[in-house]
Each structure stands twice: as C-alpha cells, then as structure tokens.
Design a protein around this ligand. Structure first.
Ligand code: SAH
Length: 526
C-alpha cells in the first residue's frame, strides 16, 4: 500500500477514493473491489452502482452521499469532505466510492485537498470513466486512424452562453476530432449551436448515450443540427454522455451491447437457493435485466432458550433430528456461539431426513446414524419408531413454524420430544408492492419458474384478490417454465406457459428464452 502523506497521525484512518466505473458492476478494478471488501465506512454516490455494495462487510457503515445532476444533493460537497475527515479521524478505513473515475469531473481533488489539510492519509484508485464506457457500449471507438487522432473530454455543466466560460468552444469546435461531453443534456442546444457557430459542420454525427453499460442503456444518434430534436423526441434525460465526431458513424458496424438477444428485456427470476443466481447470471450474459424475487427469507429466531437448555443437558437426549439444511446451519451457529464444538454431541445419535441434510452434517464432521429410505418427515418418523423410541428423549431443532406430524408420531410412540425453534421463514418485506407496480406498468417481459414451488410461492407473494386481478396483472407477461410439472402448476392457476424447453435444465431453459426473443423481436421496453 502506498502512503501519500508525509505526516499521517498514527491514530488516523485512511481514505480511499475509488472509481466505481460507469455502471456495470463488472467494470470496477480488482483494487477497488479489494478495498470495498475491507472497508469500515463507505461513502457512495448516485452514479456508483449499488450492487457494488455487496462486496462491503456487513459490519461496515454505508453512507449515501447523493448528488443527482441538477437535483437534490443529499450532502453538500463541503458536507462530504467533512464526513470523510471525521470518519478517518476516528481511525476508520474509509472508501469514497465515486462513479466512473474520481478525477474526471468527479471533484476528487477537492476531497483530497481537504484530507491533506487535515493530515489524513489517502489513496486514489482510477475507474473506467463513463466516456470510454458509453462509447464502447454504444459501439463507437473514440479514436480511429481514419477519422480522428484526438479526443477532448468536456463538461457541459457550465452553460456556454455565460459570459466568461472556462471552455474555449471556438478552439474546441474544430480542434478536437472527437468531443465527449459530460453533463451536457440540459445545455445541449447551446453547446451544439456553439460548435456549429465556431466552424464544426452541422452534419457532424452525434450520439447520446444514457445509463451506459447498464441494462437500461439507451442511445440515439443524429447530427449537430438534429441531435437536440432527437434527444427531445426520445425523452433522453441525464445521466447521459454526448459523443461528437465522425467516429459515431462506426456504430452501425460495431454496436454489440444493445444487439444482444435479451437486451432491454426485464425478466423476473423467483429464487430458490443457489439455483436462481445461476439462472440470473446466464440470462444477464444475453443482455437481460433480471429482477430477483426470493419468496421466502430465512432468519434466526429471537429466542434460543429452548435450544440452550437442551444443549446444557444434551447427554440426556437419545436422538437429535434434522429435517432441513437450514436446521443444521442454524443449530450449529448457536452451538458455536455457546462456545461448544461438534464433540459436545458425542453421546447423542443423529437422524436426518435425507441425503442432502446428511451431506450438510458432514461439513461439521458428523455422520448421520439414521437416514430413512423415504426422504420425508413421515419416512423419518417411521424409521425412528422402528428403533424403539419409547421413553427416549428426542431433540428436534427446526423452523419456528412447521408441521407437527413428526413430533406427534414420536410422542405417540412414547418418546419425549423437545422442539427447539432455530430459524424462521419470513416473507420478504416491501417487494410485493414493487412487483405489482412493475406488472401494472407493463415493464416486465417474462417470468421464469424453475419448479412448482416457485410458482406457488410467487403467486402467494403476488396475492391477487381474484382471478380477474391475477389476469389483469399477468396477461401481458410471458411465462417460461422449466419442465412439464412446473408448467402444469402454472396452468392449474389458470395461466399460460409461453416458453418451455425440451430438456429440463437451466441451460436449456435459457436457450429456449433466447430463441423465443430472437424469433419474435419486439420493441424492447425501457
Ligand atoms: N467521474 C465520472 C463523471 C461524473 S460527472 C466519470 O468518470 O464518469 C456525471 C456525468 O457523467 C453525468 O452527468 C453523465 O454525463 C456522465 N455519466 C456518468 N455515468 C454515466 C453513465 N453510466 N452513462 C452515461 N453517462 C454517464
């Protein structure tokens, strides 16, 4: 790590100005990612993709610094500077995450000047600036041997009609082959006029790219003479970049990002454990924007007294039962919190509901003594009863709410069962309204289902009051089902399956979706 300041106070933390890149979270540097993974405080901007915050440790403090062009500023620049200084002075490792590159129209230097004057150590990590990203993702090489040998990066934030401009438009107009203008949407009419007035041909091609490198990217093309109308027509708003120059012509050949088969498509993926992220990654490869909905969310319980008590007298228990992976995970989490390890369970036999649970148990160095032939609660109950449980104490760590069939069968057979809640299923908060809004506004293209339970969970979350309401919400949306059983469940709810692969795998489902949109290219929604 480089130390930039000569006299850092030993109790001070350090501030890292990190370029987040233009929008696609894959465009941050490895150094930037590493620093996020070690941050104690992160102060981030409107233009930094919030997905990057998933790298930040859960214990870190996240502070949104706002800053929307022309809109509300959550903090003033002075306030942000203060924030960085204060946290560093508390000895914290602070990441200041800024859109694009910190030193390109990012006011990075102003923040550093403040740090220097306070004697605070700092480092700067460059980022992919939005100009190069917008050009690349719109299929425009900003330089090209045949068209231009020079590029100028200009801010359009400064109104060119003001009396004393810092930008010499008269020199720029013909002096730079390619001109890339940041923050230039509001002032576009006067900028284009200035360039024409100072000798640039009105026929010069111009591209405007909004939300470059993200699934929401939109780009339009015109000339210096027409681009203002084009932008107004297409209702392009900030953040957007303006690229002026002959190189814009190459877009018709090079455009690749917006040409991917699922670009502009919004696809809902209903989450079931790891499966969903695999599906999301594959759909995103084809350009889709995925909205992930997990219909259940697992949390620890508020009260572990029953389990703690049972663990204190574990030697008195003949059996310990696990009926789910989550039960194993949360049981051991608590065991370890109490300062024990797996040896604490040495005298107690362990039964599990099935193979997957047995595999999970192995991670803790334990082998199940009993796995039933039939991997259900009923199968487990039957197998245990056969071992003669009359008079035995049995510990059952499980979900807060669960079926009582297993414990009741065991009690009927004379066992004494302790039910210890170790985790709970909670419905994810706040997403239902969001989902309904998206469906109502028609902004969702497709919903994917990878099992019958994803169908039932999804519809339970949607919570349509009536069949008419369900149809109103779902009629414009296409549905993809992974296989015949899932498709059947969709139909049982009165809905239509539009896409179904021949083989029941995630890969085949993705290919079927891609094929469906290749054959039927509609106007992608934005
Ligand atoms: N430091 C940033 C620029 C900040 S100024 C960088 O290096 O990219 C803010 C301006 O950057 C916006 O008004 C817009 O013109 C441009 N910008 C940032 N991200 C953008 C994106 N994803 N797509 C288009 N323009 C973007």
């Amino acid at each position: 790590m480089t130390t930039h300041h000569s006299t850092p106070s030993s109790t001070n933390g350090k501030v890292y100005l990190v370029g987040a890149g233009p929008g696609d979270p894959g465009l941050i540097t490895l150094r930037g990612k590493y620093l996020l993974e070690h941050a104690e405080v992160v102060v981030y901007d409107y233009l930094a993709n919030p997905k990057l915050l998933s790298y930040v440790p859960k214990t870190a403090q996240l502070i949104y610094a706002g800053k929307k062009g022309g809109g509300l500023h959550a903090f003033t620049q002075q306030g942000i500077n203060r924030l960085l200084v204060d946290h560093a002075q508390q000895g914290k490792m602070v990441v200041r995450l800024k859109g694009g590159d910190p030193f390109i129209f990012g006011r990075g230097a102003e923040e550093i000047e403040e740090l220097v004057s306070e004697g605070i150590d700092f480092e700067v990590v460059p980022g992919v600036t939005s100009a190069t990203a917008a050009a690349t993702y719109a299929g425009i090489p900003i330089t090209h041997r045949e068209y231009t040998a020079s590029v100028a990066f200009v801010t359009g934030h400064e109104d060119p009609t003001k009396k004393f401009s810092n930008i010499s438009w008269e020199k720029l107009a013909t002096g730079a082959g390619t001109i890339v203008i940041y923050m230039g949407i509001k002032t576009l009419p006067s900028i284009t006029q200035k360039l024409i007035d100072h000798g640039r041909s009105p026929d010069t091609p111009v591209a405007v790219v909004r939300w470059a490198s993200t699934p929401q990217q939109r780009s339009v093309v015109g000339t210096l003479a027409t681009i203002c109308d084009v932008v107004a027509q297409a209702d392009i708003k900030p953040p957007a970049l303006v690229i002026v120059g002959e190189v814009v012509k190459l877009r018709s050949t090079i455009d690749w990002f917006e040409k991917r088969p699922l670009f502009g498509r919004r696809i809902v993926v209903t989450r079931t454990r790891e499966q969903a992220s695999d599906l999301v990654a594959k759909l995103e490869e084809y350009g889709a924007e995925c909205l992930e909905y997990s219909t259940i969310h697992i949390e620890p319980v508020a009260d572990y007294r029953v389990l703690d008590q049972a663990l204190a007298e574990i030697h008195a228990y003949a059996w310990l039962l696990f009926t789910s992976l989550n039960a194993v995970t949360y049981f051991f989490q608590r065991l370890f919190v109490l300062g024990h390890d797996s040896r604490h369970l040495a005298g107690t036999k362990i039964a599990v509901v099935g193979k997957a649970t047995a595999e999970e148990l192995k991670k803790y160095g334990l082998k199940a003594d009993l796995i039933p032939d039939k991997f259900t609660g009923e199968g487990l109950a039957k197998a245990l009863v056969e071992t003669e449980v009359n008079g035995s104490r049995i510990l059952l760590p499980r979900a807060l709410k669960a079926s009582d069939l297993l414990p009741e069968t065991l009690i009927d057979a004379g066992a004494e069962v302790t039910i210890a809640p170790v985790y709970q299923n909670v419905p994810p908060q706040g997403r239902k309204e969001e989902l309904r809004d998206q469906l109502e506004s028609g902004s969702i293209d497709l919903i994917t289902f990878t099992s019958s339970s994803t169908v039932t969970n999804f519809l339970a979350m949607l919570d349509a009051g009536s069949d008419e309401e369900l149809h109103r919400l779902m009629d414009a949306v296409r549905i993809a089902a992974i296989g015949p059983i899932t498709a059947e469940t969709v139909r049982e709810h009165g809905l239509r399956v539009d896409i179904q692969p021949e083989r029941y795998t995630i890969d085949d489902m993705v290919h079927a979706i891609v094929a469906a949109y290749r054959n039927k290219p509609g106007q992608p929604q934005d």
